[in-house]
Design a protein around this ligand. Structure first.
Ligand SMILES: [Fe+2]
Length: 464
């Protein structure tokens, strides 16, 4: 006869097993102190207007072509149009300054009138070269610099930073500082949508777009941020007469969408170093026959993994999410595009929107055809890892209610603000790390070695 304690042991082992089978990965035990997120005050130093008449402000750059030989420089002058020229020269060049000509736009939004928003594309740059550039005229000139990426190629190392849903709170400032101080040194940043959160203020107070532009200038004037549109860029407010979606965003932020044959600035692709990056639009039509659907269908077969081994997709509303917040919002886009992602072996999909952090297993959910009942995500070695990185620290606060038990598809989740790094080493390996704001700059709260799905498609799960 078995003793009572043996029966308890057996029952305990069965219970442990059940828990192991039902639950996915781990939910962090780190519990962040609850604090309200509030915007930084208007007179904060991060929002300071640079001194001088009509001096350029809100300077930002992004990639300006498909391969990384062009840069779009944008800035705002408040008092008068001034000049839309950029003067630039490469480090160590004996050549006098080169000039690129741009143009400016303005817009009105309810009772707000924008400054003069300049956009200027500098083309035919050398790869892997440091350039200085100047905007403004006479004694209100400001000078910045950037480094162009190496020529596109399969084993080119490159380090991308990742921030989503940033806003302009004290937490936002911590996130940006942590990114800037990260010893891995991001060379370009993938920004996963929801920039200023101006629309959370009365009449979508567009002054918040200006303060945000000044806040992030310290990073984005020196390295390109790759833009994704989130729901806070829609700014659709017919009740105050503003019914043109994305009006402030499209005037302020230009992207090189035509270079990838896209017909709208919300979905496009770029190549940079060894990565092919596809930006999708959660808030533009993506059903069958729509321009975005058609574009993506033609784009995916064009990806040449021999040239760019790393296939990265950026979109705002996550497909795999186990927080209560925005649960299922990405589902209709998942239904449309997930079979393509598996077929084309996308390495990783970064999303924002949910104000927390989560990393998935490689799973897919593409077997379901309404009648067969096969509707659960299953482990799939050809599927991407899905990462939610909407934890920049905006005014809406953290998402901290999770679906329990943790689903199988969820490998790691934590309700903290932070940023991440995707550090490509060569065609087979990339090191990924996520950094919560509460730790020192070099601390990794989550990490994973990514094995490339095309060149080295072995299991890289951290939990199985
Ligand atoms: Fe969002």
């Amino acid at each position: 006869m078995y003793s009572v304690s043996f029966k308890v042991l057996v029952f305990g082992l069965v219970l442990v097993n059940v828990v192991a089978l039902c639950n996915g990965g781990s939910t962090s035990t780190f519990v962040r102190k609850e604090e309200k997120t509030v915007d930084m005050l208007f007179d904060s130093d991060v929002f300071a207007i640079p001194p001088g008449y009509n001096v350029p402000q809100q300077v930002h750059i992004t990639q300006g072509d498909h391969e990384g030989k062009a840069v779009i420089v944008s800035w705002v002058t408040m008092d008068e149009p001034g000049s839309s020229e950029v003067r630039y020269w490469s480090e160590n060049s004996k050549q006098k300054k080169l000039i690129a000509k741009g143009r400016h736009v303005t817009y009105r939004y309810f009772n707000y009138s924008s400054g003069f928003i300049h956009h200027c594309t500098i083309r035919n740059l050398e790869y892997n070269t440091k350039y200085y550039y100047e905007v403004g005229i006479a004694n209100t000139t400001r000078q910045f610099w950037f480094v162009t990426p190496p020529q596109v190629g399969p084993d080119v190392p490159y380090t991308f930073g990742l921030i989503g849903d940033l806003g302009q709170t004290y937490d936002s400032n911590k996130t940006l500082s942590h990114y800037e101080m990260n010893p891995r040194k991001g060379q370009a940043l993938m920004f996963i949508g929801d920039l200023s959160y101006a629309d959370d203020h009365p009449y979508h107070d567009n002054v918040k777009w200006d303060t945000w532009g000044r806040f992030v200038e310290r990073s984005v004037a020196y390295q390109p941020w790759i833009w994704v549109t989130g729901n806070h860029e829609i700014d659709f407010a017919p009740e105050i007469g503003e019914s043109v979606p994305f009006k402030p965003y499209t005037h302020r932020y230009h992207v090189p969408y035509r270079a990838s044959q896209s017909t709208a600035p919300f979905w496009y692709s770029i190549k940079r170093a060894s990565a092919h990056i596809i930006v999708l639009a959660s808030y533009s039509a993506y059903g069958k026959y729509t321009p975005q659907y058609q574009w993506l269908k033609e784009e995916l077969p064009k990806v040449n993994r021999t040239e760019t081994p790393w296939l990265i997709v950026l979109l705002h509303s996550p497909w795999y999410n186990s927080y209560d917040y925005h649960y299922m919002e990405g589902e209709s886009m998942r239904v449309m595009f997930e079979p393509w992602f598996v077929k084309h072996k996308v390495d990783v999909v970064f999303a924002g929107h949910v104000h927390a952090y989560e990393r998935s297993e490689r799973v897919s959910n593409i077997a379901y055809n309404i009648t067969n009942g096969q509707c659960n995500p299953v482990k799939d070695n050809s599927a991407p890892v899905y990462i939610t990185i909407g934890d920049g620290g905006n005014i809406e606060g953290l998402a901290n209610t999770m679906i329990e038990p943790q689903p199988d598809y969820s490998a790691y989740r934590e309700a903290s603000f932070g940023h991440a790094m995707f550090d490509i080493k060569n065609r087979t390996h990339a090191y990924y790390s996520w950094h919560r704001n509460q730790d020192g700059y070099a601390v990794e709260a989550d990490s994973m070695w990514f094995f490339n799905r095309y060149w080295y498609p072995v299991d890289d799960s951290t939990t199985h």
